[in-house]
Ligand binder design. Structure first.
Ligand SMILES: O=C(O)CCC(=O)C(=O)O
Length: 335
């Protein structure tokens, strides 16, 4: 299979055989020239795994993906380190994506969701926040074994759910201003990754319907974009069921939807265990709901401690507040 003409010198075939799943690579369009409003090229090679890493199993019935293979994990982490993003394909089956989209319709109806009508959230975009409070189906997303290991590789396994929401870009929406997801965090750039986010495609994402646009490599810049300024970017097209993962410092934004159908995406966002979550998970998710979460999901939403200290309640893990654990903790001070 021919390599994409503009690819960098990295050899994406190391450690394994070549298969034909598309890997988003951008250098040809981007580093070359004329990157503005250019689609990320596809049909590049990726790795057929040699090893298997055990991941956390999801708590939900419908989502049953196997753990992410180790060499693929390395490749994804390499992509994020180098480009600022990576694409994980076929995470959800078509039926799984449809089930989530149908449940989202239900939630939007129940909440009477309407566009926020501001330049960031859009005038023709429906957004629902705090999805973990709105139904069991959503509990499988934060712990998915094909994606969580990548997040843990960028942050660490003490990472937290920062927010779980939806972005349904309706026909006629304009492109969202480019931004970074760690833009409000007042530390000098570039910095160690403290936010790592993902976009789950519940419909195909195309340049025409508003696929997420990224500025490859921008996670290493020493500044964030100026709000509302036009920058060169590429659209990351992906099939329904795929997941785009990026370093929170990457410049990106939703695209314009020039079609007559919605583009439905689920931003599943994580932050470091030492950072405040964007959506307050402990107050926003009723305790009765959190009590039904798997142990891993409980820890991810904040019923745990980071490095045996951060987040403790009276030197106990806050898990005891859910009632079925004593929260026993050997704090870092006691070690
Ligand atoms: O909808 C998208 O593709 C990106 C949305 C986004 O980046 C945001 O709302 O922060």
């Amino acid at each position: 299979m021919p390599a994409f003409a503009g690819m960098s010198g990295r050899d994406n075939r190391r450690n394994g055989a070549i298969c034909d799943c598309p890997r988003v690579a951008w250098e040809g369009a981007w580093a070359g020239q004329a990157a503005r409003q250019t689609k990320a090229p596809k049909n590049l090679f990726c790795i057929i795994p040699a090893g298997v890493r055990i991941g956390y199993s999801g708590s939900d019935k419908i989502i049953t993906g196997a753990a992410i293979p180790m060499t693929a994990l390395d490749q994804h982490l390499d992509n994020i380190a180098h480009d600022g993003f990576t694409l994980v394909e076929d995470v959800l089956s078509s039926d799984e994506a449809d089930a989530l989209a149908a449940d989202l319709d239900r939630i939007e109806r129940e909440l009477g969701t309407a566009p926020a009508c501001n330049p960031f959230e859009g005038h023709h975009t429906l957004r629902v926040y705090n999805l973990l409070a709105h139904g069991k189906l959503w509990e499988a997303i934060p712990v998915h074994p094909r994606v969580l290991p990548i997040i843990e590789g960028v942050l660490d396994d003490g990472c937290l759910v920062s927010s779980l929401s939806s972005v349904k870009i309706l026909p006629g929406e304009r492109a969202q201003p480019l931004h970074t997801d760690d833009q409000l965090i007042p530390i000098a750039r570039p910095h160690t990754a403290c936010v790592c986010n993902s976009m789950w495609a519940l419909t195909d994402f195309t340049e025409q319907n508003g696929a997420t646009r990224v500025v490859p490599g921008s996670h290493t810049r020493d500044h964030a974009p100026d709000f509302g300024t036009d920058y060169d970017s590429v659209a990351v097209e992906m099939k329904k069921g795929s997941v785009l993962v990026w370093n929170g410092s990457l410049w990106h934004g939703g695209g314009a939807n020039a079609t007559d159908a919605p583009r439905i995406g689920i931003p599943m966002n994580y932050c470091a265990g030492w950072l405040r979550q964007q959506e307050n998970q402990q107050l926003g998710i009723p305790r009765d709901v959190a009590r039904g979460f798997s142990p891993r999901l409980r820890a991810l939403v904040g019923y745990g401690v980071y490095r045996d200290l951060i987040g403790h309640v009276d030197k106990r893990s806050p898990d005891f507040l859910l009632g079925d654990s004593d929260g026993a903790l050997t704090s870092v001070w006691d070690q």
